[in-house]
Design a protein around this ligand. Structure first.
Ligand code: G6P
Length: 372
């Protein structure tokens, strides 16, 4: 109802606006004097975390993309191999799970049947299980050894937005806690990362400041029949999520690719006028990756496609080649995705709105899929 939306035109707009709080609230009481200290993980026992030698994330939809973002940071910080397996694939692939395998499920609702069944199966195989969940007391956290709740607040719009950034935040807390227990990051390094994490909400707020421009962009793209998204490293799962949002909300054929794959196939799709979003990693983090993505942009532009670069505001290198630039505030390597996803969510929402669609209740979708 209009009253529940509290004056917002849609739950989706309300929930996108709540993203800074979703991150801040998920951090609350899990950071102590500038260092990570997660009570829910401490309850599992340091010994248990220290011995973890493999992490498997099980999830579906947007939650699985949050998991994919998390793999880069957790591997880099805690030096534990992490992979994401779609919950509905996990059981049928004869997964390699031992007593030191940690299975981390991610689910906004905590009721997705595929994810629940994957968690139960992991427990049968002897794994430890942690649930990252946004709904207090839901079935999946109850079936897990530990629950690391995201505190994004109730998410009503069917397509997930604020839960996504909260899920990445929770995964980063897990990665930092593991790094602390395993001694793979010293205190100074952890403090620096914690500082970055704490600064994310303000940076998301900055990104939402581009709303009007993104809305204009969405309006002239209302007739596009396909949109591509390219990203590298942590930008890759964000490209996948940007494409998913556009499919879900605007019913437009959209695909996300790893930028490095461009010449291995997707470049054949590039044609004049095709909108292509490119997530540009900061040159401050990797000059090499930056240069490679800029060269992708040139290849796309040379074939007449329209490039919308999502890049940090100080990145002048993109300007000559991009048709549009969505500027992001400066952020650490692993923190860019938490910010870069927001303009893509806004874009999908605005494009759907321009097409006269219901952004809160897209056709054929359910908020929580409780059947297999
Ligand atoms: C449904 C929703 C998606 C969501 C997915 C996983 O398909 O429409 O937005 O990402 O389920 O839901 P969960 O509650 O497990 O995160």
């Amino acid at each position: 109802s209009a009253a529940e939306k509290g004056g917002w035109s849609s739950f989706m707009l309300k929930e996108i606006t709540e993203e800074p709080d979703a991150v801040a609230n998920t951090l609350r009481e899990r950071i102590h004097e500038g260092d990570v200290k997660v009570p829910e993980l401490e309850a599992l026992g340091d010994e248990v975390l220290r011995e973890v030698d493999r992490i498997i994330v099980v999830a579906a939809g947007t939650a699985a993309y949050a998991g994919q973002v998390g793999t880069y940071a957790i591997e880099s910080w805690a030096r534990v191999p992490v992979d994401v397996q779609l919950a509905h694939e996990f059981r049928y692939r004869d997964p390699i799970v031992g007593p030191n395998t940690l299975v981390v499920s991610i689910s906004q609702s905590g009721e997705t049947m595929d994810t629940l069944m994957a968690v139960k199966y992991a427990r049968e195989l002897g794994a430890r299980t942690i649930s990252i969940c946004n709904t207090q007391g839901a079935t999946i956290p109850r079936e897990s050894d530990a629950a690391l709740y995201t505190h994004a607040g109730p998410e009503v719009a069917v397509a997930s937005t604020k839960a996504f950034v909260a899920q990445i935040t929770a995964l980063y807390l897990l990665g930092l806690q593991l790094a602390r227990v395993k001694g793979t990051l010293d205190e100074a390094a952890r403090r620096e990362l914690v500082e970055e994490l704490v600064a994310v909400p303000e940076k998301i707020r900055f990104a939402t400041g581009e709303h009007e421009r993104i809305a204009e962009l969405a309006h002239w793209m209302g007739t596009a029949s396909a949109v591509l998204f390219l990203g590298r490293h942590v930008g890759y799962p964000i490209a996948l999520e940007g494409a998913l949002k556009l499919k879900e909300l605007a019913y437009i054929h959209a695909e996300g690719f790893a930028a490095g794959e461009l010449k291995h196939g997707p470049i054949a799709l590039i044609e004049p006028g095709l909108p292509v979003f490119v997530l540009v990693p900061s040159p401050r983090h990797s000059e090499e990756m930056h240069r490679k993505v800029i060269s992708n942009i040139q290849e796309i532009r040379a074939r007449g496609a329209r490039v919308i670069a999502v890049a940090e505001q100080a990145d002048a290198a993109v300007l000559p080649f991009a048709d549009e630039v969505i500027a992001l505030p400066l952020a650490g390597k692993f923190f860019e995705p938490l910010i870069a996803v927001v303009p893509l969510q806004i874009f999908a929402m605005e494009l759907a709105t321009a097409k006269g669609l219901d952004v809160d209740q897209p056709r054929n979708l359910a908020k929580s899929v409780t059947v297999e």
